[in-house]
Design a binder for this molecule. Structure first.
Ligand code: FE2
Length: 333
């Protein structure tokens, strides 16, 4: 079985083609990323970029896989969550392909796809999943046919916190240099913690917008930027760590998986490595190339879903900007 997957939920247009084969299951992995000249991602501008690049990326993927269009068994597409205009680019392309090739269309939840490609890459079986990216911060665990959320951010995502702080203080973009976030790097020069920064964990949820405001205020009143970065990242990372540790204890799982763009942080990884040791658990980290948005994760999840009989009618294949991970039935586990 061969499945093509399309990702376009924010800044990346990705096309992946995968098979069931144990090794070399990736036949193609093509992607292109929209990088705004300044500021954050503007959905409409990003979607225009994605739409412009889509045909080229699809063509490249078929070339790379040495396949003809009709060799594909199904088309999978990320229908949410994400930015509406961006999601619609992928959905339109996928519907057109499915209709033209007369192949089934498989709806994929972007967050589920991050988890599934993570499991495929780390060989973990049933971990507590810590999903950290520019748009998401959640601690998730599989319980009774669903990936359930055991804690999440009440306002902005961890990646958004780091990127926004970097942008406002001219540390970035680029936000990640040589595999390390610029805030992480700047924090290395920090010597002391600043007292009044808020550490917010409410029940199992975290919140970062107060922390961002406080950090920016400290920057404007002339506090040392290294000390600000150190305080900011320690508070942010430790609050996620606390929630994840409680989930591990509560679910009695024996594995933790870090996934999403922020999972690449070596500092965060070190903190988690120490934590899992205390609980005699194992840590798995998704390789950076597959921790960020890509088409392979959509294709792989699409393949799992399609094998379990999940397809969607072209007429009902609309995007869902706020499609939560815990709304998705997982029949393949
Ligand atoms: Fe993502």
């Amino acid at each position: 079985m061969i499945v093509l997957g399309i990702e376009s939920s924010a800044h990346t247009f990705g096309v992946g083609i995968v098979t069931e084969s144990e090794e070399n299951f990736i036949l193609a992995d093509e992607r292109i990323q929209y990088i705004p000249e300044r500021g954050g991602i503007h959905p409409r501008e990003s979607s225009r970029f994605l739409a412009e690049k889509a045909p080229m990326i699809i063509e490249k993927a078929f070339e790379k896989a040495s396949l003809r269009l009709d060799n594909i068994n199904a088309i999978a597409v990320a229908l949410g969550p994400g930015l509406g205009p961006c999601l619609r680019v992928g959905a339109t392309v996928a519907r057109a392909l499915a209709s033209f090739l007369k192949k089934p269309l498989v709806p994929v939840n972007h967050a589920v796809a991050h988890v599934e490609i993570g499991l495929r890459m780390t060989n973990l079986r049933d971990p507590v999943i810590v999903y950290l990216s520019g748009g998401n911060t959640a601690v998730i665990a599989y319980v009774e046919k669903r990936y359930r959320v055991f804690g999440e951010t009440l306002d902005i995502a961890l990646g958004n916190l780091l990127d926004t702080f970097a942008r406002e203080t001219s540390l970035g973009p680029p936000y990640v240099v040589n595999g390390m976030h610029v805030v992480d790097r700047c924090a290395e020069g920090g010597r002391k913690f600043i007292e009044d920064f808020p550490y917010v964990v409410k029940g199992q949820d975290v919140a970062f917008s107060g922390l961002l405001t406080t950090a920016l205020r400290a920057y404007r009143r002339g506090e040392d930027i290294h000390n600000i970065c150190l305080t900011l990242r320690e508070i942010a990372y430790n609050s996620v760590l606390e929630v994840a540790a409680r989930c591990l204890m509560h679910t009695r799982k024996k594995e933790v998986m870090l996934v999403g763009g922020v999972a690449a942080s070596p500092i965060l990884r070190e903190k988690f490595a120490k934590m899992v040791e205390e609980y005699s658990a194992t840590l798995g980290v998704v390789p950076p190339q597959y921790a960020v948005d890509n088409g392979v994760m959509i294709a792989w999840t699409g393949l799992l879903a399609y094998k379990s009989g999940v397809t969607i009618d072209l007429k009902s294949a609309f995007v869902r900007q706020r499609w939560r991970i815990d709304e998705v039935e997982i029949p393949w586990r």
